[in-house]
Design a protein around this ligand. Structure first.
Ligand code: HEC
Length: 114
């Protein structure tokens, strides 16, 4: 069921990036809450307390995150769902909607320079 929700959301996201979308704007405060309670312990301010160079800044995402250059949002979602090395997977902790929202938030912040 969650997967079925994600597909239209992704379709919307793909067509609306990189233009700012009203749907995203309204969800920013919720996304910020999700980020602060699940990600900020390791990624405060878009940084990385465990592996200093693997930040959530655009240059680092372009360099280290697989498929970021071809599909940024999907690449972030994949990392959040599955984790990587010292980063835990979130697919059992967050709903597909929450993962989508926090991924869009990370993408927006990376574009804005945190
Ligand atoms: C326990 C610490 C920890 C938490 C919590 C955590 N991460 Fe990470 N994150 C990492 C580490 C470590 C890496 C680098 C993984 C690697 O490539 O070895 C990483 C990498 C990333 C990357 C790729 C960055 C790059 O430059 O390669 C993204 C995107 C990311 N995290 C997003 C998130 C989001 C969003 C959350 C919250 C839902 C989150 N992380 C929670 C530790 C964490």
């Amino acid at each position: 069921m969650k997967r079925f929700l994600l597909i239209p959301l992704l379709a919307i996201a793909l067509f609306s990036f990189p233009l700012p979308s009203p749907a995203l704007a309204t969800d920013v405060s919720n996304a910020a809450k999700i980020f602060n309670s699940n990600c900020a312990s390791c990624h405060i301010g878009g940084n990385n307390v465990l592996i200093a160079e693997k930040t959530l800044k655009k240059e680092a995402l372009q360099k280290y995150l697989e498929n970021y250059n071809s599909n940024s949002l999907e690449a972030i979602i994949h990392q959040i769902e599955n984790g990587k090395n010292a980063m835990p997977a979130f697919k059992d902790k967050l709903s597909a909607q929450e993962i989508y929202e926090v991924a869009a938030y990370v993408y927006q912040k990376a574009e804005q320079g945190w």
